[in-house]
Design a protein around this ligand. Structure first.
Ligand code: AHG
Ligand code: MN
Ligand code: MN
Length: 334
């Protein structure tokens, strides 16, 4: 007894691992039989593998263009392709999803697991243009319960659900350290990756975003294309000497703003009349998370989460972040 107490003092706890946290939270869902927990663990496993590959990019032949374009006509980077394959494999082998919708795949993927209850929509690698220059990049995912009966092949009805139907959503940020952030609709928690033991450890408990912030994030190169309300807002931010911050990886810009307080916007531009970001792969997951953290997300007219998707790769304008900042922009662009 005395011995144990002495030892305890010198051996500090490693904290709560993601696996243990997920297992503890499973009791929150009366309907859940553990499949969603397994699905989240499958995503975490793929995240660890991708992270390992990112850490070595530059050393192994993984940087640069894959020589192909994706369904949206964007040049695919090798890591886009690698991340896409890793996540699809982990989710398919994990057995908990009947279908996957990926930014890198034209059509919905039927995993063949027709007895599975869930469907995942994802951006396997967000911030592709930052891969080759050692900047932060990410992965974004949304989980929905299927609409079609278990045991049948999934259909587009399963994929084209509103964001407010999400049962879980999250992202992984491969940054100065790696963090996995997710919500199941009961708050937002973040888990920092401990390389030495290969585990994500709870580091950010019940994240809440400030109602106001002093960071504004948008692509300055598009400013001439923006509606007048945005220009007025930007002028106001400048007059208040607020901080302009734009990484160009949505996950990184979003994560910083959520923790510090700020707003990110990617509205309609001449080149992209509906904005650039994709409703199913990027916007819905982050909208679910920011609302859980006390912030807001809208296209300027309606909540992102209330948008009825009509196609898999649909783009929507996005204004997301601290509640008062989002409200102010929406007021100005009315
Ligand atoms: P992806 O790499 O998945 O195609 O996403 C890139 C996105 C997003 O991460 C970022 O916010 C935005 O593109 C930046 O776009 P601009 O370069 O037009 O500012
Ligand atoms: Mn992206
Ligand atoms: Mn991407």
């Amino acid at each position: 007894m005395a011995h144990n107490q002495t030892v305890e003092k010198f051996v500090s706890s490693i904290g709560i691992t993601l696996d243990r946290f997920i297992a503890q939270k499973q009791a929150d869902f009366s309907y859940a039989k553990g499949e969603l927990s397994q699905l989240l663990r499958d995503i975490a496993l793929a995240a660890k593998i991708i992270n390992k590959e990112i850490m070595r990019s530059g050393l192994i032949d993984i940087e640069g263009s894959a020589g192909d374009t994706n369904v949206q006509g964007e040049e695919q980077q090798k890591l886009d392709v690698v991340a896409n394959v890793r996540y699809i494999r982990a989710l398919t082998k994990g057995g908990e999803v009947c279908a996957i919708v990926s930014e890198e795949e034209e059509d919905m993927i039927d995993t063949g697991n027709h007895n599975a209850k869930y469907i995942v929509s994802m951006d396997p690698l967000d911030g592709s243009s930052n891969i080759d220059v050692n900047m932060p990049i990410g992965t974004i995912f949304s989980v929905y319960r299927r609409k079609t009966p278990v045991g049948t092949p999934p259909t587009l009805e399963d994929a084209l659900q509103k964001g407010n139907e999400q049962v879980a959503a999250g992202y992984v940020l491969y940054g100065s350290s790696n963090i996995l952030v997710y919500t199941t609709g009961k708050g937002v928690n973040g888990f920092t990756y401990d390389h030495s033991i290969g585990e994500f450890i709870l580091s950010h408990v019940n994240i809440q975003t400030p109602k106001d912030g002093s960071i504004f994030s948008y692509n300055e190169g598009n400013v001439n294309d923006l509606a007048d309300g945005f220009k007025t807002y930007i002028a106001d931010c400048r007059s208040k000497k607020m901080s302009a911050r734009y990484v160009g990886s949505l996950v990184a810009d979003f994560h910083r703003n959520m923790l510090k307080g700020g707003v990110f916007f990617y509205p309609a531009t001449g080149k992209s009349p509906n904005g650039k970001l994709r409703l199913l792969h990027e916007c819905n997951a982050l909208a679910f998370i920011i609302e859980q953290a006390g912030g807001k997300s809208t296209d300027g007219k309606q909540r992102t989460l209330e948008t009825q998707p009509t196609s898999l790769h649909q783009r929507v304008p996005l204004i997301i972040g601290s509640a008062n900042m989002v409200d102010k922009i929406v007021d100005l662009i009315k």
